[in-house]
Ligand binder design. Structure first.
Ligand code: GTP
Length: 627
């Protein structure tokens, strides 16, 4: 019975797919639109996507599908979009609207960049209660550079504290739009979306260009791994068409594949058997390794590659925040490694290397795009696999330049050269990564934010007051190490949550940095080493030894905790030995038993000493690192 029901539902699904395909085939390419939504974090992209999906019938209102395109559990629980998703929509059976959703957080800027590269237009969404923010400006500039058509829209106009006129003025004066171009909507209630936003998408965004009869050319926009189907590629067909069974070749890797399945995202994978010029959809090429899917790659029909032009491709994302990770007590190394590898299948920007620490044993060094990316990954690991990890403090890569013009990138602080090796290895300079940051704040906070930037080794570049006069945007250079060290948290608390921030890579600059080590009874705890600026070394060293002492339970032996750099001890704390009275319960006259117990205690001490070890419980590391 159950099986028949299942078969019937499969039949129903395949009829549905067939209907969608025949409906799409009636729509001419002039009525296709490929667009994206870009905005500052939380300004409502995912909510607007939901409304568009509802209006076009992809999802029903009753289904209460909130943030349908945020498919990862952590995206829903944190209410942020991490992985860009795509969905095709049929509007009144006359238009094929193809949306590429984008993540809002700055760590995922490259995903936004890719989406913008792959579309013909974008909706620039601004929250009516918050106005133009750092990421609005950054996204606006990025979209302008790639010459996509922009539709400015003020969202959340239903909010009682919305300031539509003020925000409209900002958009006109700061971003240069005309008053009549700006659309005012509520993604929550749906106000003006069908009446004004959809017509604007259709009227302003150009239809895709491309040679429908030419040799097939596909732009690889995204890829993900499905445990049943393998690697899935999201492509935009630039010329020609692709169908199931076609043999294709990658322009960048020259690897060949046979296309097993072809379809559109509606909102999940929906087979159509073919994709034609101007359509965005997925193909399943039987690719073994997701790393072979180079985003921005051009795909051709096998044998036709010389007849069509290869696109320049996208810049590969580089991990910039590195974290040591070790299995917590009782967790199997192999099991957790499998879990991490499974997660990486779907997050190609994570870098993974094995690493061994004298203090924490066998583990890994993971590279992430930013500190939120690192936190989200850890949360996913815990939520999706229930595994537990000890995560070390994040660090940034340092570039060592040698006299003989060789360069070396150090991603693990424990490998950072100390002063002796600096002299012997003929190092010319050491450089650290910088970012160019945009921060928007209410004007009353300008003074204290500039102070914070200076205290964190930042260098102010520009200060602009938005013409509405209550908002300022500061542009400055900041060492990435400072940004990673909760700079945003400090900025938020200083401005009572009003500050917003966006950053972009600004290359490497010379840095006076040293390796700070934490020693317990003379032995360096490598996993805790940190590279710090010379001006901060005393302060950090003192804090370190004090904090670590708090988390170490008293031991049978005296414990000396030291912070050391360049061969010098700069801070020290001592925990006195805990005396265990082994004779406490003994009767005074029991001399032989007394001697025996004292001898046993002596032997025990000798054994521990011979190991030369102090028992540092793992929760001490965990508590220390969490602080
Ligand atoms: N009142 C009101 N709230 C809205 C509107 N649009 C979005 N919101 C709310 O604003 C919050 C953020 O919305 P999201 O759609 O998650 O924002 P987002 O831009 O996708 O966020 P990221 O994916 O993290 O960049 C949610 O609580 C939404 O319910 C609106 O038009 N009116």
């Amino acid at each position: 019975m159950l099986r028949m029901k299942y078969v019937a539902s499969i039949g129903h699904i395949s009829r549905l797919h067939h209907t969608i395909q025949s409906r799409i085939s009636q729509i001419p390419i002039e009525n296709y639109r490929i667009f994206s939504i870009v905005a500052h974090i939380d300004h409502g992209k995912s909510t607007l996507s939901d409304r568009l999906l509802e209006i076009t019938g992809v999802i029903t209102k009753e289904a209460k599908n909130e943030q349908v395109l945020d498919k990862l559990e952590v995206e829903r629980s944190r209410g942020i979009t991490i992985k860009a998703q795509n969905c095709s929509m049929l509007y009144k059976d006359k238009f094929l609207l193809q949306l590429i959703d984008t993540p809002g957080h700055v760590d995922f800027r490259d995903e936004v960049r890719r989406a913008v590269f792959a579309v013909d237009g974008a909706i620039l969404l601004v929250d009516a209660s918050k106005g133009v923010q750092a990421q609005t400006v950054a996204n606006f500039k990025m979209a302008k550079e790639s010459t996509v058509t922009l539709i400015p829209a003020i969202n959340k106009i239903d909010l009682p504290n919305s300031e539509v006129d003020r925000v409209e003025k900002q958009i006109i004066q700061e971003l240069g739009f005309e008053k009549n171009e700006i659309i005012k909507i509520s993604s929550k209630t749906g106000l003006n979306i069908q009446e004004q936003l959809l017509p604007a998408i259709i009227e302003s965004i150009p239809s895709p260009s491309g040679n429908t009869n030419g040799p097939f050319r596909g732009l690889l926009i995204d890829s993900w791994y499905d445990s049943y189907q393998g690697v899935i590629l999201l492509i935009r067909v630039l010329d020609g068409f692709i169908k199931e069974g076609d043999k294709i070749v990658s322009g960048q890797t020259r690897k060949k594949y046979e296309v097993k399945k072809v379809g559109i995202m509606y909102p999940n994978e929906t087979p159509t058997g073919t994709l034609t010029t101007g359509q965005v959809g997925y193909i399943i090429p039987g690719m073994k390794n997701v790393k072979d899917a180079l985003l921005g790659d051009t795909l051709f029909h096998l044998g036709q590659e010389s007849k069509a032009k290869l696109l320049p491709g996208f810049k590969e994302t580089k991990p910039m925040v590195f974290v040591g990770a070790f299995p917590a007590d009782g967790i199997d190394h192999k099991i957790i490694e499998d879990d991490i590898n499974r997660l990486i299948l779907n997050d190609r920007s994570v870098e993974l290397h094995r690493e061994t620490s004298n203090a924490l044993g066998q583990g890994w060094r993971l590279g992430f795009l930013g500190s939120l990316h690192a936190t989200v990954f850890k949360e996913r690991l815990e939520k999706e696999y229930g595994s537990r990890l000890i995560i070390c403090q994040p660090s940034v890569p340092y570039l060592i330049k040698y006299i003989d013009d060789k360069d070396q990138l150090i991603k693990n602080p424990s490998e950072f050269p100390n002063s002796t090796s600096r002299r012997t290895t003929r190092i010319k300079t050491i450089q650290e990564p910088y970012v160019e940051v945009l921060t928007s704040i209410p004007t009353e906070y300008v003074g204290c934010v500039i102070q914070l930037i200076e205290n964190n080794r930042g260098e102010q570049k520009e200060l602009n007051y938005l013409n509405t006069e209550d908002q300022a945007i500061i542009k400055y250079y900041l060492p990435l190490a400072e940004l990673v060290d909760d700079f945003f948290g400090k900025l938020k608390s200083l401005t009572r949550g009003y500050a917003t921030l966006d950053y972009d890579d600004a290359g490497y600059k010379d840095a006076d940095v040293v390796k700070l080590e934490l020693l317990v009874n003379g032995k360096s705890l490598d996993a805790l080493s940190k590279v710090v600026h010379r001006s901060q070394v005393q302060k950090v060293g003192k804090e370190w030894v004090k904090n670590f002492r708090e988390y170490l339970r008293s031991q049978l032996y005296e414990v000396v905790i030291q912070a050391k750099y360049d061969g010098k001890v700069i801070a020290r704390e001592t925990i006195k030995a805990r005396k265990k009275d082994v004779l406490a319960k003994l009767h005074a006259s029991d001399v032989s038993r007394r001697k025996k117990l004292l001898a046993k205690q002596k032997e025990g001490k000798k054994q521990l000493k011979s190991i030369g070890n102090i028992q540092i419980p793992q929760d001490a590391y965990q508590a220390f690192l969490r602080k």
